[in-house]
Design a protein around this ligand. Structure first.
Ligand SMILES: Nc1ncnc2c1ncn2[C@@H]1O[C@H](COP(=O)(O)OP(=O)(O)O)[C@@H](O)[C@H]1O
Ligand SMILES: O=c1ccn([C@@H]2O[C@H](COP(=O)(O)OP(=O)(O)O)[C@@H](O)[C@H]2O)c(=O)[nH]1
Length: 298
């Protein structure tokens, strides 16, 4: 993954180039062989001076065809070079890395500032889950000296966009692996916080890492989340806890992450919690609903 992802990103950059290179290199106001002089030369040469060969347009036609052909080939070769999403990720696996008989995964979703992290801390204390926050893992990777994804992660987080799934899924799998390999029975109980935020992540994770048991969804209106995030921003030091980034994060949440919640809801895998009350009240409802779903001794 580490070596192929930049190729994928470079493809995106190539696509943003609006013009073939050879035409960009022609200064805008320089005389173009395809406009004034060429056309004049074609019409006068062909009609007005019989005997002069009309075929002197050929060099221009040849240049155009050669140029277009070369450009088409360049585009095609770049398209061929660019790996598909499946090629970028680790080789396709027949089965997920972890079996749900040994590894329990609960996804924890909710808008930015809904209180996911706060409630995860309570659940870790009382039920000995391992808490893996996708956002924390990405921020740690962003700060890791030598990470080739540092700048990429930084700009995605600031803009409230979802980092390409290959990075996040791999970080989560690595972190889960650390825990499971240290457990004498190869077991683990994970709260995966703030993930999956996009359908591709959800499908990829369940297919290649571990199927989830269900989703804890903390439901909170934007107004309340915004108030909390601005307050958190006073001390969090996070680049995205400011009004401008918050607006973008809300948009991403509604457009990209809510469809994930709806996907799991259709599968009857969403445990929804009202997140507007006090942290203690929210936790009370969380515990009750969790125990209803899993039994007391999970
Ligand atoms: N029920 C709540 N009522 C008021 N403030 C809360 C509540 N839950 C969390 N907070 C505060 O709101 C902010 C966002 O909570 P956090 O758990 O970090 O949210 P998330 O992980 O969903 O972004 C934090 O400063 C936290 O202390
Ligand atoms: O699977 C994920 C989870 C998080 N993020 C990025 O990390 C940011 C912060 O996420 P986190 O869960 O830490 O904070 P929240 O927005 O829930 O407060 C998001 O806005 C995204 O830019 C991401 O790209 N993929």
């Amino acid at each position: 993954m580490a070596t192929t992802l930049p190729r994928f990103l470079s493809r995106r950059l190539c696509h943003s180039s609006p013009l073939p290179r050879f035409s960009q290199s022609i200064p805008r106001n320089s005389p173009s062989p395809f406009h004034s002089s060429a056309r004049r030369s074609y019409s006068s040469g062909f009609k007005d001076t019989p005997g002069r060969s009309p075929f002197k347009i050929w060099p221009f036609v040849a240049i155009t065809l050669a140029g277009s052909g070369a450009y088409a080939l360049m585009v095609k070769s770049r398209a061929d070079m660019a790996p598909t999403t499946e090629q970028i990720a680790a080789p396709k696996k027949e089965t997920p890395t972890f079996s749900p008989t040994k590894v329990t995964v609960l996804f924890v979703l909710g808008g930015p500032g809904a209180g996911k992290g706060t409630q995860c801390a309570n659940l870790v204390r009382d039920y000995h889950f391992t808490h893996l926050s996708a956002g924390d893992l990405l921020r740690a990777e962003q700060e890791r000296p030598g990470s080739e994804f540092g700048d990429l992660i930084k700009s995605y987080i600031k803009d409230g966009k979802i980092v390409p799934m290959e990075v996040t899924v791999q970080l989560l799998e690595n972190a889960m692996n650390d825990v499971v390999t240290k457990d004498k029975d190869g077991k683990g109980k994970f709260l995966i916080d703030g993930f999956p935020r996009k359908m591709d992540q959800a499908l990829k994770f369940e297919e290649t890492v571990c199927p989830s048991k269900f989703v804890l969804f903390f439901d909170c209106p934007e107004e309340e989340m915004q108030k909390r995030l601005l307050e958190r921003g006073k001390t969090s030091g996070r680049s995205d806890d400011n009004a401008e980034s918050i607006k973008k994060r809300f948009k991403t949440f509604v457009e990209t992450s809510m469809p994930v919640v709806e996907y799991f809801r259709k599968k009857n895998k969403v445990v929804q919690i009202v997140a507007t009350k006090t942290p203690d009240e929210v936790y009370k409802e969380t515990r009750e609903k969790l125990e209803q779903r899993l039994g007391k001794n999970f």
